[in-house]
Ligand binder design. Structure first.
Ligand SMILES: Nc1ncnc2c1ncn2[C@@H]1O[C@H](COP(=O)(O)OP(=O)(O)O)[C@@H](O)[C@H]1O
Ligand SMILES: [Mg+2]
Length: 354
């Protein structure tokens, strides 16, 4: 199972909570502002190294404290692995298996957490950044070379952008373009392989949730008729005027369609939530194929913005995905909550089992 035990200290309104978790389903019931989303945010941080609702890490530290500490026991692999993170205002320390880790990647492999929250429609509505992050998170779990490729690409991108800003000669730019071209093509190849793998699960989950297949239409981020190296050379003048590289996978996108129409423009807000949830569920399914028994789905207030019918569809699609479920709700009588599992009551930053 993913996490069998979890502790959060000084995280938002949670002074200290400790949970023995059910392998399949954990249900957190509590009134508004009791700390339900904060708990999911803490679990997400342990596996992902960031919050899903705030960019400012400092806002996650409980008022009046200087650090938060999260600890979990991952029991998905052969032997249990302890995971830990301690975040101070000026730095974060990671631990996996009793040893310091250089970053969150080692924890993400053990506890790949995915979230569906009331803001999830932003995945469709906002610009391509969120969709690229979604895509790259998926690639990370199936392609061992991804992190190396991604870092190579972004290092070369920073170097070329710096050279552009400094008004350096064409020959200096061309040197970085070799590396950008090679790593950028590789990154796109990895994204495309992952998108091909998403195709079937997305079709099936879309049919179940919306009665139509969900598809992702990839754009690489530059003129599709040219190799990246060539596009970079051809666009050098424009990039010099902008002072930044305008071509490459850092400008790529995966547009979301439902039944062949752009989801952003053609479906209602409630349906957008289902579409975005479908993307997360398809991704979870692949994650579980790669590393069975480790994934968690954090489902925050599923009843928000969904009518009874759509909520029932979402909950039945959620049940079909083999991940540990952490679900929050204002009430325990909403449709489709798991019947088995462990129930907890959340009240003013404390959590106790039913
Ligand atoms: N850094 C922090 N320190 C202390 N309390 C916080 C911090 N950040 C947010 N809170 C408080 O945490 C409470 C719980 O929020 P939340 O987890 O969103 O509750 P719920 O999801 O149950 O509605 C809110 O009252 C909020 O003001
Ligand atoms: Mg909440």
């Amino acid at each position: 199972m993913p996490l069998s035990w979890f502790r959060a200290e000084q995280f938002r309104c949670l002074a200290s909570v400790e949970l023995e978790l059910d392998p399949a389903a954990n249900i957190f019931i509590g009134p508004n502002a009791s700390g339900k989303t904060s708990l999911l945010e803490a679990a997400f941080f342990l596996g992902r190294g960031r919050s899903f609702r705030s960019r400012r890490r400092d806002s996650l530290i409980r008022h009046g404290q200087d650090a938060f500490v999260l600890t979990g026991r991952s029991s998905g692999g052969v032997a249990p692995v302890m995971l830990g993170v301690r975040a101070r205002r000026n730095g974060t320390d990671w631990q996996a298996g009793g040893a310091p880790a250089s970053g969150v990647a080692a924890l993400a492999e053990q506890f790949p957490a995915q979230v569906i929250d009331p803001e999830i429609h932003k995945l469709l509505e906002e610009g391509p950044g969120r969709r690229r992050r979604f895509l790259d998170w998926g690639v990370f779990h199936v392609e061992p070379a991804f992190l190396t490729t991604w870092r190579r690409y972004h290092l070369a991108l920073r170097q070329r952008n710096a050279a552009l800003k400094q008004g350096r000669a064409d020959s200096d730019l061309a040197a970085w373009e070799q590396e950008l071209g090679a790593s950028g093509e590789e990154l796109v190849r990895q994204r495309e392989a992952y998108l091909a793998r998403l195709r079937d699960p997305l079709r099936t989950i879309g049919e179940a949730l919306l009665g139509s297949p969900i598809t992702l239409v990839h754009s690489r981020g530059w003129d599709e008729n040219k190799p990246l190296l060539e596009a970079l050379g051809a666009d050098r003048g424009r990039d010099q005027r902008y002072g930044a590289t305008q071509s490459g996978p850092h400008r790529g996108d995966a547009a979301v369609e439902v039944g062949g129409l752009a989801a952003k423009d053609h479906v209602s807000r409630g349906q957008q939530k289902l579409v975005a949830a479908g993307l997360m569920l398809a991704q979870l399914q692949i994650q579980e194929e790669e590393r069975p028994g480790r994934s968690a789905l954090l489902l925050d207030d599923p009843a928000a913005e969904l009518d009874g019918e759509n909520l029932a569809r979402l909950m039945s699609a959620v049940r079909a995905v083999p991940a540990q479920l952490w679900v929050t709700s204002l009430r325990s009588d909403i449709r489709g909550l798991p019947e088995r599992g462990r129930m907890f009551h959340v009240e003013q930053g404390t959590i106790r089992p039913d």
